[in-house]
Design a protein around this ligand. Structure first.
Ligand code: HEC
Length: 202
């Protein structure tokens, strides 16, 4: 999509030199600043964040944190899959310290997460910490977007420093190698990670 817009823009700028294209037509091309390839994956990651938080808060209110662990454990998967299917992006969450090993970061993600940490420490507001690149993998152009996830108050019951014994016990049972405890408010918990092969014709 990006390539087409950028190509179109270039063409619109260059074409009048060679052909009688009215000026008004070339000025209809979107200004470069309006083309933000991150806006689409950003929207999908916000949709997942919203859906997860809603499910979590509802479960915490009705059954407390131990019951809510099941929501994170069981519901996160269908919610994530739903958004992957409807968006065409492979959507997930990752971290440098995972609870579920299925969410472990690959080499690119580890590198990006380390840079997210540096940006956070340098004072950048967490809401703007995101990254995107486009690379060739097995002959396909892959777009990859990541967006920082901060530790907020509702996360503390299961990712904080002071967990209720029943919560720790349940987490120990489900995730023997759990690394995702001991966080304080405002730290980087991880990131949404979204990938897709650039669809043909875009
Ligand atoms: C009720 C307990 C609970 C609460 C509260 C909670 N989480 Fe989690 N979190 C979990 C569990 C359980 C998993 C593992 C999910 C799985 O098996 O995929 C998890 C996994 C994650 C992951 C995926 C990476 C990993 O470690 O496997 C992220 C990111 C995450 N949580 C962020 C948050 C954030 C941000 C909040 C607050 C908005 C939060 N969590 C609140 C229990 C919780």
């Amino acid at each position: 999509m990006k390539a087409v817009h950028v190509g179109g823009l270039l063409l619109a700028m260059v074409a009048p030199l060679y052909a009688e294209i009215p000026q008004s037509q070339s000025s209809q091309a979107p200004p470069e600043a309006a083309i933000d390839p991150m806006s689409e994956p950003r929207q999908h990651s916000m949709a997942l964040a919203g859906a997860l938080k809603q499910a979590l808060v509802a479960a915490m209110q009705s059954g407390g944190p131990v019951a809510a662990i099941d929501v994170c454990h069981i519901q996160a998967i269908p919610l994530t899959r739903q958004i992957s299917e409807s968006s065409g992006w492979q959507v997930g969450r990752t971290s440098l310290k995972v609870r579920n090993l299925d969410n472990a970061a690959d080499e690119v993600e580890r590198d990006v997460l380390a840079r997210f940490e540096q940006r956070l420490q340098a004072g950048e507001p967490v809401g703007t910490i995101e990254w995107m690149d486009e690379r060739e993998e097995n002959g396909k152009t892959i777009q990859h977007f990541m967006k920082a996830i901060p530790v907020q108050a509702p996360c503390m019951a299961c990712h904080g420093t002071d967990l209720a014994p029943a919560v720790s016990q349940q987490l120990d049972a489900l995730y023997p190698g759990d690394q995702a405890r001991g966080y304080t408010l405002g730290e980087l918990r991880g990131a949404f990670t979204l990938k897709r092969a650039v669809p043909p014709g875009s």
